[in-house]
Design a protein around this ligand. Structure first.
Ligand code: AMP
Ligand code: ZN
Length: 746
């Protein structure tokens, strides 16, 4: 079978095969039993043929229609019963007789010699046995051996030929219906046959192709000539050739195909080419993986390619692969080989995930990567969270003016990177988000933008903050306030400000505020392993981030008092909502490298190139301001804000490291307690080296990302802290210290 689509082909082939394997059937048309009919009867028996006898022309036709005998022997010696010609005519008038051999028995006297001729169609049947040219004649002879020889000769000659013709019919019918483009050429490249799929693909009618020489080969091209040499050598050896081939369609454009050329050695010793072509524009995988595929897989893949290539929509990656393929065609071998490697990489779906080097890699990195970047192994166990609503007694301000003076004074420093969020946490009794939110949103005129009152904003901040778990050591509202603070800080950076509009700013501030709301203090992997309700709701995919975004909107619109979006129009709301969701989802770590690399490739690199050129100052702005690139900038900004703690002043950095470690330890404790898979075994409170884990986190996730972000936003202060903090952790690790701080001197 050629492919899954060509089931007709495999069916027809097996049909003719099964016919040729089954014993021949012979119909004897004799009005009376005599020595001659007996002789044929026994001859059939000896040859292993099945035999029927009919006495009248009518019963002969009936029997023939039932059995479709390969050979019909008609008694033509006694015209008093029936005319042999009449029987011939009757049989020939039936459809299945097209491939049947008729044998007329003639009396000895009238035909001294036996001659053979083939019956091809009814038009050729002579109406008179005496002048029969196209039926076969057998001069009466009652020797069983003579009859046997006659039958065998017919069987080996005419009957076999008829079988082959029938098989050919089936094959061509199948090829005509096959969705793969098939072309058959003679040895000297003259086209003998093309199927409708081929006509369709190339845009030619078969009349324009058959009998013509293949003209698609620009022979001037050196690579082309090499390719042709390779193909010809291969074909001459009788081997099949497969590869990528370019052909020109009638419309003039050239298409790339995966071509299979199979030499067919004909009986006369010359070879026919059977080309099996398909457009290669979609499934590039078949380009290089073909040689290792099992035939059955190949067939399946080809059929899927055949199906896909009727699609009119091309994905960008397909266009890229096609461009590279086209470039390969006219490139020197070294470049073509390099491009092969490029294609190999492009074909993988995980384009943005670096491969972890080797097994002996640092276990801290492995655990962080496994714990943060995957959804983990799935296993089930009931698991619930206590959603803490640990409200303190501090009165919530009505307006910014009601904020206690000590807190207000603290908030004045909100625009400094060294702002101490932990002091605010303490001063606000664990409600830093509401206070900081009021201050920062006011500084960015968020209420004006949303046309909402400060009271609505305050109410909204309170609702959001109340849905952070104060019981989490890390993912509580102080972390949200910290991310909001970093976001606001980044938004004030000249390059960032120049790239984004006010809607982007508002979206970023809201996204930062809500980005971890209702975080259970467990990782996505944990939730999936535990079969938690959230994991089930979100199909183990970006579980937490989906929940944070969805819940944020639910909480916002639940009560008109807290609905900060109530006064903006639908279009603006949709745009804002989209931007917020995109940023919250961007905090998911499984796509960390995708976001960072896209940012570096689309923002850093082109900007550096233009800045190198000097003069043109318009260039960089136009790079930053495209909607696609603004999206990348916003994602990068919230990602950096989210994990900026290693870039904070040392004391804050140490505190955050302690908090995240404690949250991880607590998860490991629970995993052990509940017999769940331990997602990050290094985060075991009895054995963990916190300095090592921080070094790994910085090495793997932080350094490259902040290098890229710093190159864009210019953040020397942060980079200074990062390097100081890194040295601090290194120092502790060198001392074999596993805790947050060096042992205090005795
Ligand atoms: P999010 O859950 O949105 O805060 O995403 C940030 C991810 O980075 C979280 O999974 C944190 O657990 C992780 N993370 C942040 N800071 C650190 C740190 N200092 N050490 C290890 N992991 C961290
Ligand atoms: Zn976060």
């Amino acid at each position: 079978s050629f492919c899954g689509q060509c089931s007709s082909l495999s069916l027809s082939l097996s049909l003719s095969l099964s016919i040729s394997l089954s014993p021949s059937q012979v119909l004897l048309v004799f009005a009376k039993e005599d020595g001659q009919s007996d002789a044929f009867w026994w001859a059939c028996d000896r040859a292993g043929f099945r035999c029927n006898i009919a006495r009248t022309p009518e019963s002969a036709v009936e029997c023939f229609l039932d059995k479709n005998h390969e050979i019909v022997v008609i008694d033509g010696r006694h015209s008093q019963y029936f005319e042999a010609e009449a029987v011939c005519r009757l049989v020939r008038a039936t459809k299945p007789s097209e491939h049947t051999v008729l044998l007329a028995i003639v009396p000895q006297t009238s035909h001294p010699q036996t001659t053979h001729c083939t019956v091809h169609c009814v038009a050729h049947v002579s109406l008179s046995l005496s002048i029969c040219r196209s039926g076969q004649r057998y001069v009466e002879n009652i020797s069983v051996s003579a009859c046997y020889n006659e039958l065998l000769q017919i069987e080996h000659g005419e009957v076999r030929c008829q079988f082959k013709l029938r098989a050919c019919n089936s094959v061509f019918t199948a090829l005509d219906h096959c969705q793969e483009a098939v072309e058959i050429t003679s040895e000297d490249h003259v086209i003998q046959y093309v199927n409708p799929a081929f006509e369709h693909m190339m845009g030619y009618h078969k009349g324009e192709l058959i009998g013509k020489e293949l003209t698609e080969l620009p022979k001037s091209d050196k690579n082309r000539a090499d390719l042709l040499d390779t193909i010809n050598t291969c074909i001459k050896k009788g081997k099949e050739w497969q590869g990528i081939y370019y052909a020109r369609r009638k419309s003039g454009d050239s298409i790339q195909q995966h071509v299979k050329i199979t030499p067919v050695i004909g009986q006369g010793g010359h070879s026919l080419r059977h080309r099996d072509r398909r457009k290669e524009s979609v499934d590039a995988r078949s380009i290089s993986s073909r040689s290792s595929d099992a035939p059955s897989l190949q067939n399946r893949r080809y059929s899927s390619v055949a199906r896909i290539h009727s699609m009119t929509i091309e994905a960008p990656i397909t266009k890229v692969i096609n461009i590279i393929n086209a470039a390969q065609e006219s490139s020197p071998v070294s470049v073509a080989d390099a491009l092969d490697r490029v294609l190999e990489i492009l074909r993988t779906t995980e384009l943005y995930s670096p491969q972890l080097a080797s097994k002996e890699d640092d276990p801290h990195t492995n655990d962080l990567v496994g714990g943060l970047m995957s959804d983990g192994l799935r296993s089930l166990s009931g698991n619930e969270y206590v959603f803490s609503k640990n409200m303190s007694q501090l009165a919530i301000p009505v307006t910014l003016n009601d904020i206690p003076p000590a807190i207000a004074e603290m908030l004045d420093d909100e625009d400094q990177w060294d702002f101490n969020i932990l002091e605010l946490e303490a001063a606000t009794c664990m409600r830093p988000l509401t206070y900081l939110g009021l201050k920062i949103f006011a500084r960015f005129s968020v209420c004006e933008f949303l046309s909402c009152s400060e009271a609505t904003l305050r109410c909204w901040l309170q609702v959001i903050e109340a849905n952070y778990h104060a019981s989490n050591s890390y993912h509580n509202s102080t972390h949200a306030a910290d991310v909001l603070h970093a976001t606001a800080y980044f938004l004030r950076k000249e390059k960032v400000k120049g790239s984004l509009d006010q809607l982007d700013e508002v979206a970023a501030l809201i996204a930062a505020t809500v980005h971890d709301v209702d975080h259970p203090g467990r990782t996505n992997s944990f939730l999936c392993n535990a079969g938690s309700e959230l994991a089930i709701l979100y199909n183990d995919t970006a579980v937490l981030e989906s929940h944070h975004a969805a819940l944020a909107f639910q909480l916002t619109v639940r009560d008109i008092k807290s609905n900060i979006f109530k006064n903006i129009d639908r279009t603006q709301f949709r745009t804002l909502r989209q931007a917020i969701i995109d940023m919250v989802l961007a905090t998911e770590m499984t796509r960390h490298f995708e976001h960072v690399n896209k940012f570096a490739n689309s923002i850093n690199k082109p900007m550096a190139a233009i800045e190198d050129e000097g003069s043109d100052n318009e260039g960089p702005a136009s790079i930053r301001n495209s909607p696609e690139n603004r999206l990348l900038i916003k994602r990068m900004m919230i990602k950096c804000a989210d994990v900026a703690n290693p870039c904070r002043p040392l004391e804050l950095c140490i505190e955050w490291a302690g908090r995240i470690s404690e949250e991880y330890f607590s998860q490991t404790d629970e995993e052990k307690r509940e017999a769940l898979p331990v997602v990050m075994p290094v985060f075991d409170r009895n054995t963990c080296s916190i300095p090592k884990s921080q070094i790994s986190f910085i090495d793997y996730f932080i350094t490259d990302m902040f290098d890229a972000w710093d190159a864009f936003a210019s953040l020397p202060g942060l980079m200074e802290h990062l390097s100081e903090n890194y040295k601090y952790w290194k120092g502790l690790d060198d001392m074999k210290c596993k805790s947050l701080r060096p042992p205090s001197p005795p």
